[in-house]
Design a protein. Structure first.
Length: 439
């Protein structure tokens, strides 16, 4: 999912998820929805562009096009990432939600467990043109293994390393770092005169999880075992989290102020020449909104351990990121909802929308379009196909993001304040997060 989201508060998320799971989102008596309101749909879209107004401007003409084709009017609400998960969980608990909605793909299993979303079985996939239209890796982040997906992929993303070409030229650095050792040595050359090497969003719980997950993979660790039991405080996870926070605490290549960032401030710093690099998904529209021009930045794979190259296992360098499109089972326009999903995942709309947002289409035919042959798209596409792994597809995934994401937030706060970040302090935070999951 997109890292602009700040995850919901742990207690609220856990309690709402438990309530939703218990009541099935109010949909158990209405497995397939109804068609009592065939001329209208409500759509909750996630904030993909620089701001909500930009998303409204992007989506409004497409929704008008859908209305002209079908006679169905779509009421659009663009929901900020900071509010979206709580809004969805409240809707699943009450049974009062939109007909169609965007979800971060990392939430798929958690929301699937509530029973509130329409399962994408063979019949429903047939209504939108077939399951085989979609890239396999994108479908792998649409719900738990062995179950019908809880949603359909809409925008696919991975992480990349963006670097400011001007700042690299001025520092006489020829190429972006390919390993974490190079990240530190290169970063220390760039971190001077009030400027810093790497941007971070230390208070953005989702972004924290994405970075920690990749480093955990590189340390040969996992946050859940094969049975779905949390294993947060294992040595490999402790090393991974410490490595990330140490980029601020020990290596001094992330500005202490980044500990408070949670609303894409690191992208603005990058665009303004205050920070030379940032690890992000599909950031081009934000860079342009802040005044950068094509050619001002370069794109490279996220670093891996020394001696390796991007790939599977310990050389994983991204989580499988993306946005999925889901339908509430208690929609009062089930036929219209299926038509809308078919429209949004059509080759034409996939090309247009993913090009606008700088993401990669999860629909195979659209992905082959020349619009996705550029440098940044090639890096993203290669990562998705060869070196990205999905976050744990477990029902507790959203609580995991909140609990461990908060642990990293607190550790970044310690680093910014000059308090020691030690192996013991990292382990203590992760143990506390694991205990929260058990309560």
């Amino acid at each position: 999912m997109r890292s602009t989201r700040a995850a919901a508060a742990f207690a609220v998320t856990a309690s709402l998820l438990a309530a939703a799971t218990a009541c099935g989102g109010g949909t158990t008596d209405n497995e397939g929805g109804s068609n009592t309101a065939p001329k209208e749909l409500t759509y909750w879209a996630s904030n993909q562009g620089p701001d909500i107004a930009a998303d409204q401007a992007t989506l409004a003409p497409e929704l008008k096009k859908f209305e002209e084709q079908t006679g169905i009017k779509v009421k659009l609400e663009v929901v900020p990432w900071s509010d979206l998960l709580n809004r969805i969980l409240a809707a699943t608990a009450s049974g009062q939600g939109p007909d169609v909605l965007n979800i971060g793909n990392t939430w798929s299993s958690s929301l699937q467990a509530t029973g509130a979303l329409l399962p994408w079985n063979a019949e429903n996939f047939a209504a939108i043109g077939g399951k085989d239209r979609f890239v396999e890796s994108a479908l792998g982040s649409a719900g738990a293994a062995g179950k019908d997906p809880a949603a359909v992929p809409l925008y696919s993303m991975s992480y990349a390393l963006y670097y400011n070409k001007k700042m690299f030229r001025e520092a006489r650095i020829d190429k972006p770092p390919a390993t974490w050792d190079e990240m530190v040595t290169t970063g220390q050359k760039l971190s001077k005169d009030g400027k810093w090497a790497l941007g971070a969003e230390g208070s953005n719980l989702s972004n924290n999880i994405h970075q920690a997950f990749v480093l955990s993979q590189q340390h040969g660790a996992a946050f859940f075992d094969a049975a779905g039991k949390p294993t947060f405080d294992t040595p490999g996870n402790v090393e991974a989290v410490k490595q990330y926070v140490d980029l601020m605490a020990k290596d001094k290549i992330i500005a202490p102020g980044n500990a408070e960032y949670d609303k894409n401030q690191s992208l603005q710093d990058f665009a303004n020449g205050k920070t030379a690099m940032v690890l992000w998904q599909s950031a081009v529209s934000s860079f342009k909104a802040h005044g950068m021009k094509e050619g001002d930045w370069g794109v490279a794979p996220v670093p891996v351990p020394a001696g390796g190259a991007p790939g599977a296992g310990r050389n994983t360098n991204s989580m499988v990121a993306g946005i999925n499109l889901a339908v509430f089972k208690n929609t009062d326009n089930i036929d219209g909802a299926l038509k809308f999903v078919k429209f949004m995942t059509s080759d034409e709309e996939q090309t247009l929308l993913n090009k606008t947002y700088g993401s990669i289409p999860p629909v195979k035919a659209a992905q082959a379009d020349a619009a996705f042959a550029g440098e940044d798209a090639t890096v993203f596409r290669n990562a998705l196909s060869t070196s990205a792994a999905p976050l744990p597809q477990v029902p507790e995934e959203s609580q995991f993001e909140t609990a461990v994401g908060t642990a990293l937030k607190e550790l970044f706060s310690d680093a910014a304040a000059g308090r020691p970040v030690t192996t013991d302090s990292v382990k203590a935070k992760l143990t506390k997060a694991q205990q929260q999951m058990a309560n």
